[in-house]
Design a protein around this ligand. Structure first.
Ligand code: BGC
Length: 765
C-alpha cells in the first residue's frame, strides 16, 4: 500500500516535471488532471492501456468492411476506449453503463459520430456552408450541431473536415471549404469554436479535425489516392486550415488515408509528431481514419504488427476499427518494437480528453434523455438552418433580372429534384430525418399559398441507366425511388407542363450521394438525361431558372450559354425548400460566393485562382498564343471564378485607397474602397481583399486572399470598407520553411470576386 503511494507520488512529480520542462506553467486545474490521470494509469495493466486506444464502430453505421465483434465483452474487459456511430441516447447510456459499472477500472467511453453539417437539423453541406463567407453563421451551425448531437449522447464529432481541394472530380470536395487556405482557415477555427466552446457545458463536444494531411490533393481526384507535393506547397497552401484548427484548440485530429512523401499519413512520424506536435504545439490526441492502420498493409508498409507499431511510433494514439493496436501492441512491446512510454503517451492523451469532457465526474453527462425532445430538430434550430441555407446559395446568372420571381401566374416546377425528400441533405447526413426534409415543391407551396399556381413534372431520373443510378444515389439511403418511364415519356410530360407555365423552375443536378466519400467522377457535367430535359425545356423559349443541386463545382458551359438564370443551392439541408423559396421570391437576396472555382471543362482541373504565373503567362484577356502556357481548345479562364456570386442588387466599387504606399515591419497600412449599393434591393456583399507579392525568394501566387468582410447595404447605401494590412499578412513559408515577409513591392486587390478587382500598390520596407 505504502509502496504504491510512493510510486504514485513519484509518477505525479514526474508528470509535473515533464510539463515543467516544456517551460509552460501548469495551471492548478491541469495539475489536478495530471495527478488524476497519473494515479489512474498507475492502476492500469498494459492491456488496459492498450484498450483505451481502441475505437470500434458500433455497427449502427459502417463505412467499410471491418467491424468489431462482441463489443460488449470487450468493453467489460477494458479493451475499448470509445465507440462511434451509435445512435440514440438510451443506447449510448446503456453502453456507457457497461463501461463504468462492469469494467475493472470503470473508465467511461468516448462516443463519436460524423456530425458533419448538423445532426437531425441538417445545414448545407460544408462546401455550401463555406459559400456563406459568414463566420458567425458557420460557428452557429456547429454550435447547433453540437447541441443536438450532445443531447443524443454524442460527445465527439469527426468534424471539421478542412482538406483543401482543387479537384471537383474528388467526391469529398463537398465535405470541405473549397480551394483556399485563408478562407479554409477561418472556417476551420469557427467550426472548432462552435463545437467545443469552452468544453465545459453538456452541449460542448470534442472536435476532430480531418483528414490530416493533404487528403484533398488525391491524384486524379480519385479517392484515397496518392498525394505528392512540395513542402513549400504543403506549408503555404494545404497545411494552414489544419494549423488554424489546432490553434483554435481542436481536441483531436484524424490521420488521412493517403500517403504523404511516400509514407501513409497514419504512419508518418514527420506529420504526427514533428509538424503537428513539435511545430504546431498540438496537445490533443490523434485518431486514425477507418481501418487506417491495416490499410498500410496494402500500401506496402508491412504486416499488421509492423504497421501498428509504425503508427504508434509515429504519434498516433487511437486506432479506428483496425484493431491493430489491440491485437499487436503488446507483442511489439515485448519485442521492443514499441516502448511503454509511447503507449503511455497515447493512453494519457485519450484519458485527458475524457477528463476534459468531464466524463470522470459524470459519465452520463451527455445522456440526459429530457434534452433531446426540446433541443433536437426544434423550430428554432430549423429556422437557423433555413436562414443559413439561404446565405449559402450562389446566384451564378440572372439575365434580365428574371429573379426574384413574382408570386403570381403559373410556375412549372420540373426536374428530378422538384419533390425529392431523399436528396435535400447531401453527403454525411447520418442523423437526418429523411421523411422530414422540406422539398422544393413544399417550400414553394408554403411561400405561395394561393398566390400562384404550381404545376410539376419529374421530367427525368438522375441518370438514364438504372444500375448506375443506384450506385450514385441509393448506397446510404434507399428511400429514393426511380421513375420507371422512358426518357422520352418523361420529357413529353415535362413539356406539357412547360407549355402551360409562365416560368420554369428546373431543379436538377446531383443527388446527395453523387459526392462524398468514394464518389469520385471523371465527368463533372449535369448528367446527360437531365441535360436532354433542360435542352428540351430551353427550346420552348419560356424563361427558365435552373435551381442547381451539387456537391462539387460542375462544368456548366452549356447552361451558362443557354439558360437565363442559375441559382446554385448545393445541398441545403432540412429546410431546403423553404430557403429556396425565400431566395426565389426575393424574401432573401442571395449573397453566397464560390469557395471553389467552377471550370469550363474537366480538362482544366486543377483550376484555382491562387496559381503561379509561369515563365510564359498568357496576357490578360487573351485566349491562345503559341508558346504560352495555355490550351489549344479552351481559354485559361474559369467559367465562374473563386469568390464569384451575384446579387439581386448591384454593387459598385471605387478605386482602392491606401493610407500609405509604404509599409514598415510592425506597423499597418489601411486599404479601403467605397462600396455603393446601386440597385433596387437591400443586399449583402462579400468584399474580398487579395494581395500579390511581386518578387520573392520563391515564386509567389498571382493573388492570395488575405481578408474579407460580409457587409449589408440598403438600396442606395454607401459604405467605406477598410482592411488593415501588416507584414504578418505578407508572411509565407520560404524554401527553408521559415515563415517570413520579404521586403519589396506588393499589389493589393479589392473586389467582388477574385477576378473583378480594383488595385493599388505598396512597398514593404
Ligand atoms: C471517413 C471519415 C469518417 C470515418 C468514420 C471514414 O471512412 O474517411 O471521414 O470520419 O469514416 O465514419
Amino acid at each position: 500500500m505504502k509502496r504504491a503511494k510512493i510510486l504514485i507520488v513519484f509518477l505525479t512529480s514526474l508528470a509535473l516535471n515533464i510539463s515543467a520542462q516544456t517551460k509552460k506553467p501548469v495551471s492548478a486545474e491541469e495539475a489536478k488532471m495530471n495527478t488524476f490521470i497519473t494515479n489512474l494509469m498507475a492502476k492500469m495493466t498494459v492491456d488496459e492501456k492498450i484498450g483505451q486506444l481502441n475505437l470500434p464502430s458500433s455497427g449502427d453505421i459502417t463505412t467499410g468492411q471491418a467491424n468489431s465483434s462482441d463489443i460488449g465483452k470487450k468493453i467489460k474487459d477494458g479493451q475499448v476506449g470509445g465507440l462511434f456511430n451509435i445512435k440514440g441516447v438510451d443506447k449510448i447510456k446503456a453502453v456507457q453503463k457497461v463501461a463504468v459499472e462492469n469494467s475493472r477500472l470503470k473508465i467511461p467511453l468516448l462516443f463519436g459520430m460524423d456530425v458533419i453539417h448538423g445532426y437531425n437539423t441538417v445545414f448545407p453541406i460544408p462546401l455550401g456552408m463555406s459559400a456563406t463567407w459568414d463566420m458567425a453563421a458557420v460557428q452557429k451551425s456547429a454550435r447547433v450541431a453540437a447541441i443536438e448531437a450532445s443531447a443524443s449522447g454524442i460527445n465527439w464529432t469527426f468534424s471539421p473536415m478542412v482538406d483543401i481541394s482543387r479537384d471537383p472530380r474528388w467526391g469529398r470536395i463537398s465535405e470541405g471549404s473549397g480551394e483556399d487556405a485563408y478562407l479554409g482557415s477561418q472556417i476551420a477555427a469557427a467550426m472548432v469554436k462552435g463545437y467545443q466552446g469552452k468544453l465545459q457545458a453538456n452541449n460542448e463536444i470534442l472536435a476532430c479535425v480531418k483528414h490530416y494531411a493533404l487528403y484533398g490533393a488525391a491524384e486524379a481526384g480519385r479517392d484515397y489516392n496518392t498525394t505528392d507535393m512540395s513542402k513549400v506547397r504543403m506549408y503555404n497552401e494545404y497545411f494552414p486550415p489544419y494549423k488554424a484548427a489546432v490553434d483554435a484548440g481542436a481536441a483531436s485530429i484524424m490521420a488521412s488515408f493517403n500517403e504523404v512523401d511516400g509514407i501513409p499519413a497514419t504512419g508518418s512520424k514527420w506529420l504526427m509528431t514533428e509538424v503537428l506536435r513539435n511545430q504546431w504545439g498540438f496537445k490533443g490526441f490523434v485518431v486514425t481514419d477507418y481501418t487506417g492502420i491495416p490499410e498500410m498493409i496494402a500500401h506496402g508498409m508491412g504486416d499488421l504488427q509492423t504497421v501498428s507499431a509504425l503508427a504508434m511510433n509515429a504519434g498516433v494514439d487511437m486506432d479506428m476499427v483496425g484493431e491493430g493496436f489491440l491485437g499487436t501492441l503488446k507483442k511489439s512491446l515485448a519485442e521492443k518494437k514499441v516502448s511503454i512510454s509511447e503507449i503511455n503517451r497515447a493512453c494519457r492523451l485519450i484519458l485527458q480528453a475524457k477528463y476534459k469532457l468531464g466524463l470522470f465526474t459524470d459519465p452520463y453527462k451527455f445522456c440526459d434523455p429530457t434534452r433531446a425532445e426540446k433541443e433536437v430538430f426544434s423550430p428554432e434550430n430549423r429556422q437557423i438552418a433555413r436562414e443559413i441555407s439561404a446565405e449559402s446559395f450562389v446566384l451564378l446568372k440572372n439575365n434580365n433580372n428574371i429573379l426574384p420571381l413574382k408570386k403570381s401566374g403559373t410556375i412549372g416546377l420540373i426536374g428530378p429534384l422538384a419533390d425529392n425528400t431523399a436528396n435535400m441533405y447531401g453527403t454525411w447526413s447520418v442523423a437526418a430525418l429523411f421523411d422530414q426534409s422540406v422539398t422544393v415543391l413544399q417550400g414553394l407551396k408554403n411561400a405561395l399559398g394561393n398566390d400562384a399556381k404550381i404545376l410539376t413534372a419529374r421530367g427525368s431520373n438522375f441518370l438514364a441507366d438504372s444500375v448506375a443510378e443506384h450506385r450514385y444515389v441509393n448506397v446510404h439511403n434507399p428511400t429514393y425511388k426511380r421513375d420507371p418511364r422512358t426518357e422520352e415519356e418523361m420529357i413529353k410530360e415535362a413539356l406539357k407542363v412547360a407549355e402551360k407555365s409562365d416560368v420554369i423552375v428546373a431543379t436538377m443536378g446531383e443527388g446527395s450521394e453523387f459526392t462524398g466519400e468514394a464518389s469520385s467522377v471523371t465527368d463533372i457535367q449535369i448528367p446527360e438525361t437531365q441535360k436532354n430535359l433542360l435542352k428540351a425545356l430551353a427550346k420552348t423559349g419560356k424563361p427558365i431558372v435552373l435551381v442547381l443541386f451539387t456537391g462539387r463545382p460542375l462544368a456548366l458551359k452549356w447552361e451558362e450559354e443557354n439558360i437565363p438564370a442559375i441559382l446554385n443551392v448545393w445541398f441545403p439541408g432540412s429546410e431546403a425548400g423553404n430557403s429556396i423559396a425565400d431566395v426565389l421570391f426575393g424574401k432573401v437576396n442571395p449573397s453566397g460566393k464560390l469557395s471553389a472555382t467552377f471550370p469550363q471543362n474537366v480538362g482544366q482541373v486543377p483550376l484555382y485562382y491562387a496559381h503561379k504565373n509561369t515563365g510564359r503567362p498568357l496576357a490578360e484577356g487573351k485566349w491562345f498564343e503559341k508558346f504560352r502556357s495555355n490550351y489549344l481548345d479552351v481559354s485559361n479562364d474559369p467559367l465562374y471564378p473563386f469568390g464569384f456570386g451575384l446579387s439581386y442588387t448591384t454593387f459598385n466599387y471605387s478605386d482602392v485607397k491606401l493610407s500609405s504606399n509604404t509599409l514598415t515591419k510592425g506597423k499597418t497600412i489601411t486599404a479601403s474602397v467605397t462600396l455603393s449599393n446601386t440597385g433596387k434591393y437591400d443586399g449583402k456583399e462579400v468584399v474580398q481583399l487579395y494581395i500579390r507579392d511581386l518578387v520573392g525568394s520563391i515564386t509567389r501566387p498571382v493573388k492570395e486572399l488575405k481578408g474579407f468582410q460580409k457587409v449589408s447595404l440598403k438600396a442606395g447605401e454607401i459604405k467605406t470598407i477598410s482592411f488593415n494590412i501588416s507584414d504578418n499578412d505578407l508572411n509565407f513559408y520560404n524554401s527553408d520553411l521559415k515563415f517570413v515577409a520579404e521586403p519589396g513591392d506588393f499589389q493589393v486587390f479589392i473586389g467582388t470576386n477574385s477576378r473583378d478587382v480594383k488595385t493599388a500598390a505598396f512597398t514593404l520596407k
